[in-house]
Design a binder for this molecule. Structure first.
Ligand code: DOR
Length: 369
């Protein structure tokens, strides 16, 4: 289950569609994806939620769980129709792509999350601290002459939302955690019994800001790639279980949109078709992460964080299954992707391990044996 995906439909079908994004998902071994609300129009009301579910029933190769917006038009001013979207089938709310800067709005969203039993998925970024930063603020940004975002832009917002979650009893899920200090805050919150879950992305777990030296816009994402110490802290967070899920933040953009100078390129990297091979190679084969733990981070972990079915193999449970070949060797080749997009951070990587068969609801939807 990939609990963080941008399918771009409705409204930005040149980047991705429900059909192409879900085809990429099953090719990568995912049986279900959560679709973020930053479409055009934004998924901030029942009609858009229903449209996404209807199109998914007709065209999607995997399960699609719509995520509704926290605020109308992601503008951060007025709460979206959360109750209506949940009634229509939204499994969570999120303004992902944009932070919820207004603390009182976030507080109310967390109150609603408790009432409606859905988590608030939070893109944590203080927009003033991040300002016009295009990468992590540090040695590398100074060397490259690019404006940076300090890690505190992410961490201060996490601290705020953990306190609001404690006060409201709402369900906070922190998206794409990217720094060691952010994990320290989440550990501390857990010790206070604050209900919080979090995810990390394959790119933050395997890449650092050093990679930006070539100004490759495929490596421009938000939150940005961090230094090695943060990457290593995230990997430790998988092992000590502070991180609940690995999610890709699959953020497709058209090649023309990314083929501009670094500062002007949109944020985002795709991930559905590279997550399993990259994670098996770097974390399991080379990094010593137990295979069972990786499987948990990609199945029962996200299922629990999103409160959706899946991740269990038992009589009566839906047959959503992925068969892995742990030894299959290959090279990441974007030209072979089912996704419409090519903005991968892993182009040309040699990998060992692949998803060779994906079964959704008992139906084989991908077979690369
Ligand atoms: O890099 C990103 N791209 N981060 C986000 O939060 C949004 C996403 C997008 O929609 O392209």
């Amino acid at each position: 289950i990939d609990m963080h995906v941008h399918l771009r439909e409705p409204g930005q079908e040149w980047k991705e569609t429900i059909a192409s994004g879900s085809a990429a998902a099953v090719a990568g071994g995912f049986t279900a994806v959560a679709a973020m609300a930053n479409t055009e129009p934004v998924n901030d009301n029942r009609a858009v939620t229903e449209m996404i579910l209807g199109e998914s029933r007709r065209h999607a190769a995997c399960r699609v769980y719509p995520v509704g917006a926290v605020s109308k038009a992601l503008a951060g001013k007025e709460l979206a129709d959360i109750g209506e979207m949940v009634a229509a089938g939204a499994v969570a709310v999120s303004d992902d792509g944009k932070p919820v800067m207004d603390g009182s709005l976030m507080r109310r969203a967390l109150e609603y999350s408790r009432i409606f039993g859905v988590p608030v998925l939070a893109h944590e970024m203080d927009a003033q601290l991040a300002a016009d930063g295009v990468m992590h603020e540090g040695e590398v940004s100074t060397m490259l002459g690019l404006p940076g975002m300090p890690p505190s832009a992410e961490e201060t917002m996490i601290a705020r939302d953990l306190l609001l979650a404690e006060d409201t009893g709402g369900r906070l899920h922190v998206q794409h955690v990217s720094t060691g200090r952010a994990l320290t805050l989440i550990r501390l919150a857990r010790r206070r019994s604050i209900v919080v879950t979090c995810e990390a992305t394959p790119h933050h777990l395997t890449l650092t800001d050093q990679g930006l030296v070539g100004y490759d816009t495929s490596l421009k994402m938000n939150p940005p790639l961090r230094p090695e110490a943060d990457r290593a802290a995230l990997v430790r967070g998988l092992k000590d279980r502070v991180i609940d899920a690995i999610a890709t933040d699959h953020a497709p953009h058209h090649v023309d949109e990314k083929a501009v100078e670094f500062a002007r390129a949109p944020f985002g990297t795709i991930g559905l078709e590279t997550a399993v091979p990259v994670l098996l190679t770097r974390l399991v084969h080379e990094g010593g992460l137990p295979l069972a733990r990786l499987v948990e981070l990609l199945s029962t972990g996200p299922a629990r964080a999103l409160n959706v079915q899946g991740g269990t193999i038992e009589a009566g449970a839906p047959a959503d299954l992925t068969v892995l070949d742990l030894e299959r060797e290959g090279v990441i080749d974007p030209e072979a992707f089912r996704s419409k997009a090519r903005n991968t951070a892993f182009r040309g990587w040699p990998v060992r391990g692949a998803a060779v068969m994906t079964i959704v609801g008992g139906r084989v939807v991908h077979d690369a044996r």
